[in-house]
Design a protein around this ligand. Structure first.
Ligand code: NOJ
Length: 578
């Protein structure tokens, strides 16, 4: 995060690096085998040392946890398993004392079937005001025995469930684009928007710096809920493809309203707030519409995350993202990992975990060199591979159950972090506690434990730490221009940032001549001058005069680079040559 100059302060979020904390797997302070807010609090100095600008907390609200908190039963509380509001307030205060921003996850597309809104809807019966908050509809068929339309749920099965009415008879159906325990809210009902306005203010008043918005292209559905032309495709994609259920034009007004709430708080105290959306839409043009100047500040850009380890796929994803963002006033929000995806080390592994590790290190250095903001998912900085051999009986992801045990996707990246020692619970939970970590940690987690990573200067952790420190101290990084370099062989992706920081990644299988002279400033693996080995990324300053002469310490006030204004992201398109 560059802070700009006094005359031209930069919005902190534009090039911030945010660390995603999946609370239940970060650090357990109570010995029940589940991470909690006090654990996050205890981990803050570690994150400060790593050099991130802030954290995003996955949902910690009261919830029956059918989808690990993305089924919210009370938007203004803390689930006792994670702590309480007082603990949350301490966490915010500690984070701010350390100069870390706090983003929380907000889930406006659906709530829990245990939320009082949904309970009232069940009790009050058809055509009641309480049902108007959801999508209740009579079924089709002679006796209403068929769902109101053919939509499929994202996690498998139909998107409708039928309720039993007060008279004990089967009655209306309700819509749920995820699990039946996550009824979709009806945003055409004004009471829904009013409630979320209160929720935003509740957390802003407690000091949060912003929100990560779940399913931000959802919320509104086609008003007449017609059949989908291709329901199988909707289900297969596990993404927002049903054009009748997602990306409706009305959703943009919600983001304008939320932006206005943020601006209202900023007008009071001068502090920027951030809305970052999980926006999955078919085209870059539609993606850009969500980050117009009066809508969301940022939206995750998932194409890099979905790209195979392939030079053309990476180049295309990056070029399209930069083109898409130009003119919106926003910056690209890069992601390589999150709690829904197989970890990069495993995704890129090909023939071996060693190869996957080298590639994941290279991808990390690439991401940190790109213009815009970046999100790092917990454990990414430890180079954790996916735990891909969890036994069926411990899996908790509803996708596994709802696809008839076909898809094992999201548990393996959620295994509790290893902090220290040689055996589970690896310091995640106090040694000697009766409870085991909520997902079993494999023995090989010992190689990735934080205590080991901190002392081994060749660890993933040091790569991230050094990359983040340079990113903070070098004016070429963060926002600014990106110019592609023509390189031979074609397996190399190389670009110049600003006035001379070269970043190159070798996607090939053999060493190639480096595209810049001298020893690199930082490399993801061994990288002798003049050579860029396979599966390696490196940064060079092409003009030695531009090398910072002070230690590359995050926030070092002695470093003139810290007060250098960054170029506005709209300029980044000017620098692109393809
Ligand atoms: C996206 C979240 O990242 C995921 O974990 C969750 O299951 C769905 N939205 C539904 O809320």
């Amino acid at each position: 995060m560059h802070t700009g100059t006094a005359a031209s302060p930069q919005h902190w979020w534009r090039d911030a690096v945010i660390y995603q904390v999946y609370v239940r797997s970060f650090l357990d302070s109570t010995g029940d085998g589940i991470g909690d807010l006090a654990g996050v609090r205890a981990g803050l100095p570690y994150l400060k040392k790593l050099g991130v600008d802030g954290i995003w907390l996955s949902p910690f609200y009261p919830s029956p946890h059918h989808d690990h908190g993305y089924d919210v039963a009370d938007y203004c509380g803390v689930d006792p398993v994670f702590g309480d509001l007082a603990e949350f307030d301490h966490l915010v205060a500690d984070a701010h004392r350390l100069g870390l921003k706090i983003l929380i996850d907000i889930v406006p597309n659906h709530c829990s079937s245990e939320h009082p809104w949904f309970r009232a809807a069940l009790e009050d019966g058809p055509r009641s005001a309480a049902r108007a908050r959801f999508h209740f509809a009579d079924g089709r068929g002679a006796h209403g025995e068929l769902p109101p339309n053919n939509w499929r749920a994202m996690f498998g099965g139909p998107a409708w469930s039928r309720v039993t009415e007060a008279d004990g008879e089967p009655g209306q159906w309700y819509l749920h684009l995820f699990t039946p325990e996550q009824p979709d809210l009806n945003w055409r009902e004004p009471a829904v928007g009013d409630s979320f306005d209160e929720v935003l203010r509740f957390w802003l008043d407690r000091g949060v710096d912003g929100f990560r918005i779940d399913v931000a292209a959802g919320l509104f559905k086609h008003p007449s809920l017609p059949d989908s032309p291709d329901p199988e495709a909707d289900e297969r994609a596990r993404d927002s493809v049903n054009p009748l259920a997602w990306n409706q034009p009305e959703v943009h007004q919600v983001w304008r309203d939320w932006r206005a709430v943020c601006e209202e708080y900023t007008a009071r105290d001068g502090l920027d707030r951030l809305l970052v959306g999980e926006v999955s839409v078919p085209t870059p043009r539609e993606h850009a519409e969500y980050v117009r100047p009066d809508e969301l500040h940022q939206a995750f850009f998932f194409d890099l995350l979905s790209a195979q380890w392939d030079v053309d796929a990476f180049r295309k994803a990056i070029s399209e993202a930069l083109t898409d963002i130009a003119g919106t006033g926003s910056t690209v929000t890069w992601v390589l990992n999150n709690h829904d995806q197989v970890r990069t080390v495993t995704r890129y592994a090909g023939e071996s975990t060693e190869v996957g590790t080298a590639r994941a290190r290279a991808a990390a250095l690439l991401m940190l060199a790109l213009p815009g903001a970046a999100y790092v998912y917990q454990g990414e900085e430890l180079g954790l591979p996916e735990v891909d051999d969890l036994p069926d009986e411990v899996l908790t992801d509803p996708i596994f159950r709802r696809t008839g045990s076909r898809l094992r996707i999201r548990d393996g990246c959620r295994v509790p972090l290893p902090w220290s020692g040689q055996a589970s619970p690896f310091g995640f939970t106090a040694a000697g506690s009766a409870a085991r970590p909520w997902l079993p940690q494999p023995e090989w987690f010992a190689q990735h434990a934080t205590d080991r990573a901190l002392t081994d200067t060749r660890s993933f952790w040091h790569l991230y730490r050094d990359g983040l420190a340079l990113r903070r101290s070098l004016p070429q990084l963060g926002e600014g221009t990106l110019r592609w370099l023509e390189t031979e062989p074609a397996q190399v992706l190389a670009f110049v940032r600003g006035d001379g920081l070269v970043c190159a990644v070798n996607f090939g299988l053999g060493s190639v001549p480096a595209p810049a002279a001298g020893a690199p400033l930082l490399a993801s693996g061994d990288c002798p001058p003049g050579i860029l080995p396979a599966s390696t990324a490196a940064w060079w300053i092409s003009d030695p005069a531009a090398t910072p002469d002070t230690p590359k310490t995050p926030g070092n006030p002695a470093n003139p680079a810290n007060s250098t204004d960054s170029t506005n992201s709209a300029d980044s398109s000017k620098g692109i040559t393809s």
